[in-house]
Design a binder for this molecule. Structure first.
Ligand code: NAP
Length: 485
């Protein structure tokens, strides 16, 4: 039975194409579930290949005029949307909790974080500039201008249903790009509601097109291969990212990839242990552990491992698991049954290899997809969870004694999104920051995400940056004009 919620009812469940809300071809719909209950929440349009093509046509037709629009106008649209999202914080938060599972307080945090990308890029929209210089031989003049890349395809994941959208849509609007956005099938409601906000504040028709579908590969591949597309930006798993890069090679599409992570979290023996435990709680438990930035491997100096593990396990075991809509709940459900199975298997593999479960270790109660916060000690380096993203509330601790050795182990992964470490030694802060093979480093803090900072990874965690001054560059081309005197 479909559960009703006034917020869910407010969301338009159709495709948003060319400024019009319309049904999918043949009236097809797909079901959106609540992971806290396993029950259905709503049905939204299920786009066909033809619907996807119509969305790209709308984006392509709107591009030229949008590129000519005044930066100040684009800025004002983003600013107004920022204000409206903030005003509707409770509605956005409730939608995210219902469709994705994170507790309401965290969902509110995502509204604050996600909306900030619109405020930041409202400010950046009017600061795009080229340069003018004298050629070294003095004979000619060199001029560069920045222009929008053009129609952009955006594919976003379910774990941050709002913020992963705003950090692509914000800079695209600021730069003057039109777009086709495909949110994850599990969490389309937040994106549809965001489209309503942008429509309300006067974003011109065709600039933003939203396509929800149960056939993501079938709908997106023809668009990636379509010469009218000029850019693809993707946030999701490395596995899917690799496929999309291959598809993009056909027409040498400009590509940004925000992919998976396998973050090390290092606690040196001179660290403030209580601060490290606080940081560990954030780095591990933010978003129920379902974050690309989640600490995946804890390396704790042998001299402080007992104290850290004991304090960390006490905090983890004090967390309340349940429906994120309920007051006092700290940890919501995982996204689906498959996610629970994956985490269960990773824990079984670790214990079979000799690791010890200190707290948690199994599924939570109730019909939803709950998994209890878990701390594991003595993780052998060959355990599956030392290589793969856990994507759940499981923290596994290994020990070390030597700085060079722990850096080598921290870097021994195909991923390179973010690394965290705790120390009070200033020289070590610089040394280890330089040595970690990651796109981002958190020093004495368990969260690095910040709209004013360039978010992104190296190696199999992807390329391109979102946020900061760098974020808008992903949506701009540099054109050089040579001028004879
Ligand atoms: P996913 O399975 O890769 O899906 C991500 C998006 O890609 C969804 O919209 C999905 O749609 C779509 N998709 C799947 N297969 C596709 C295909 N063949 N062609 C086109 N689109 C396709 O990842 P996820 O499970 O949703 O998200 C979790 C992953 O995202 C984790 O690996 C996490 O680390 C990563 N992530 C990275 C960042 C970052 O900034 N680096 C941020 C957040 C998350 P459907 O699901 O509807 O099929």
């Amino acid at each position: 039975m479909t559960q009703t919620s006034s917020v869910v009812e407010q969301v338009k469940k159709q495709l948003f194409i060319g400024g019009t809300w319309r049904d999918a071809e043949g009236g097809a719909t797909l079901e959106v579930d609540n992971p806290a209950t396993g029950g259905a929440l709503a049905r939204v349009a299920d786009a066909s290949v033809a619907d996807g093509a119509a969305a790209l046509t709308a984006a392509s037709e709107a591009q030229a005029e949008w590129a000519r629009s005044a930066p100040r106008d684009r800025s004002e649209i983003l600013r107004a949307a920022y204000e409206l999202i903030v005003e509707r914080t409770d509605a956005f938060a409730e939608l995210m909790t219902l469709e994705m599972g994170k507790p309401l307080a965290e969902a509110r945090g995502e509204v604050a974080y996600g909306s900030e990308f619109f405020r930041w890029f409202a400010e950046e929209a009017v600061r795009v500039s080229g340069r003018y210089s004298v050629a070294p031989n003095g004979a000619t003049r060199l001029m560069t201008m920045k222009q929008p890349v053009g129609p952009t395809l955006m594919i976003t994941p379910w774990n941050f249903p709002l913020a992963m959208g705003t950090r692509k849509i914000g800079p695209a609007i600021a730069a003057g790009c039109t777009m086709v956005v495909k949110p994850a099938a599990e969490t389309p409601l937040s994106m549809l509601y965001l489209a309503q906000v942008l429509e309300e504040v006067g974003l011109p028709a065709g600039v933003l097109n939203v396509v929800t579908t149960s056939n993501s590969g079938g709908v997106m591949e023809p668009l990636i291969r379509d010469p009218r597309s000029r850019k693809l930006t993707f946030t999701g798993s490395t596995q899917v990212g690799r496929t999309l890069i291959e598809q993009s090679a056909q027409q040498v599409l400009r590509v940004s990839m925000e992919l998976g992570g396998n973050a090390p979290f290092i606690v040196f023996d001179d660290a403030d242990i209580d601060a490290a435990v606080n940081g560990a709680m954030l780095a591990k438990m933010r978003n129920i552990g379902e974050a690309c930035t989640a600490a995946n491997r804890f390396f704790v100096h042998a001299d402080v491992a007992a104290e850290f593990s004991e304090k960390f396990a006490a905090r983890m075991s004090s967390l309340t698991v349940g429906d994120g809509m309920t007051d006092g709940v700290d940890v919501g459900p995982l996204i689906n049954a498959k996610a629970v199975d994956k985490v269960t298997n990773l824990v079984a593999d670790a214990t079979e290899r000799g690791a010890r479960v200190v707290t948690g270790g199994g599924k939570g109660d109730g019909a939803g997809y709950f998994f209890n916060p878990t701390v594991i000690t003595g993780l052998p380096g060959d355990a599956a969870m030392a290589r793969e993203e856990i994507f759940g509330p499981v923290a596994a601790i290994q020990t070390f004694t030597d700085e060079d050795d722990v850096i080598r182990r921290a870097n021994d992964t195909e991923y390179g999104l973010v690394g965290y470490f705790f120390t009070r030694d200033y020289a070590r802060v610089l040394r280890v920051s330089e040595a970690l093979d990651y796109g981002m480093v958190g020093v004495n803090q368990g969260v690095v995400s910040n709209p004013a900072a360039p978010f992104g990874g190296v190696k199999a965690s992807g390329f391109g940056r979102e946020g900061g001054f760098e974020g808008i560059e992903e949506y701009l081309e540099t054109k050089y004009v040579g001028l004879a005197l």
